[in-house]
Design a protein around this ligand. Structure first.
Ligand SMILES: [Mg+2]
Length: 359
């Protein structure tokens, strides 16, 4: 069941029809931003500006691995699905153009509630509460970054999955690459580190000791007072404005988004650029709720890690987000670890400790 084609009432069931209507109603209209033609035809048509090239990325989110239906509010799952793709665009210094969403959902999440007729106005909204909330989270973030939901696909699936494709645009030849770090460059990060891992730990602790006990409640209840503490995990903010700024001002050399954690993502830059790096633990902008270990190895902060020439004038903050110098790029050598961590007790080798999500 594609939502890129017009649903026919004769073919689609009431619930399917309501679902398609719901998605179309939530997606932006053709003509907005770079979208020439949106949902309703066999393809979307996109118009890039002169001198731009398309940046395309795809991210698959799977229940039990990237999110849990019993832990995450649907708004958060929608937000996180899109945030992963937007963060990849940010890492290249690209502006978002359009998003394409493919959803595989178990039947119980796509069933409408209450009585509806295929043509009743009510069938468009609030009868598919999970999908409505999921799309609410996704579209709110899309609106923030002027990204159009331009198409996608729907299927029934025993395991909930959400696949997002993001199309962005970047000035030809100016994209920030992992391979562009050079010895002598300084290393920077946006925002703070470890907040998402600390929040996930808190969520996991709450799930282990639910209060009140989950009698007939299917999903973990998140009290209002700790929602802000969980925000770095539930609603991470992709650094689109910061990536665009670096490209526009010719400041960034190499860049990557911190999806798997500083130790792992910096190792990707070192490998692709054939360099090593030195990080000073006393300079790290550790999130107030996080430990050093979470700042180094926790995943899903979706901050940007970038390098720049020492002569580049890097602002202290970009679009309201702090920028912190945390280390430097060194020549790689046979006796030198890829990443050295400077600590109060002396230098040590920093091993890439990859993010394992929920496994
Ligand atoms: Mg990435």
């Amino acid at each position: 069941m594609r939502f890129s084609s017009d649903p026919s009432p004769r073919k689609a069931g009431t619930a399917e029809l309501a679902l398609l209507q719901q998605i179309r109603a939530r997606a932006a209209r053709p003509g907005s931003n770079a979208l020439t033609l949106g949902i309703g035809d066999d393809c979307a048509l996109l118009q890039l500006r002169r001198g731009e090239e398309a940046a395309v990325t795809t991210d698959l989110s799977i229940a039990g691995r990237h999110f849990r239906l019993d832990w995450h509010p649907p708004e958060s799952i929608g937000h996180r699905t899109l945030a992963r793709g937007l963060s990849d665009l940010a890492a290249m210094g690209a502006r978002p153009v359009a998003a394409f969403l493919s959803l595989g959902l178990p039947a119980e999440l796509t069933k409408s509630r209450g009585k509806t007729t295929p043509f009743s106005r009510q069938s468009t909204y609030s009868h598919l509460p999970w999908i409505d909330a999921f799309l609410g989270g996704l579209v709110a973030l899309a609106d923030t970054h002027r990204t159009t939901l331009a198409g996608g696909d729907l299927a029934e699936s025993p395991l909930p999955v959400a696949d997002i494709v993001l199309v962005g645009a970047v000035r030809r030849g100016r994209a920030l690459l992992r391979s562009a770090a050079r010895p002598g460059d300084l290393v920077y990060v946006t925002g703070s580190l470890g907040g998402a891992a600390a929040a996930l730990q808190l969520l996991s602790d709450m799930a282990a000791n639910p209060r009140p006990a989950p009698s007939n409640l299917k999903r973990l209840r998140i009290p209002g007072r700790i929602q802000a503490q969980l925000a770095p995990h539930l609603f991470p903010q992709p650094r689109i404005a910061q990536g665009l700024y670096l490209v526009r001002h010719g400041l960034g050399a190499a860049a990557i988004d911190l999806s798997d954690g500083l130790s792992t993502d910096l190792a990707h830059i070192c490998e692709e650029s054939d360099v090593s790096a030195e990080i000073d633990s006393s300079l790290l902008p550790i999130h107030p709720t996080a430990t050093l270990e979470q700042a180094l190895n926790g995943g899903e902060d979706y901050e940007l890690l970038f390098t720049a020439k020492p002569s580049s004038r890097i602002p202290r903050s970009i679009a309201g987000v702090r920028i912190t110098h945390i280390g430097r790029i060194l020549r790689s050598g046979p006796n030198r670890p890829a990443i050295t961590l400077l600590t109060p007790t002396g230098p040590q080798s920093l091993q890439a400790s990859g993010w394992q999500h929920f496994s």
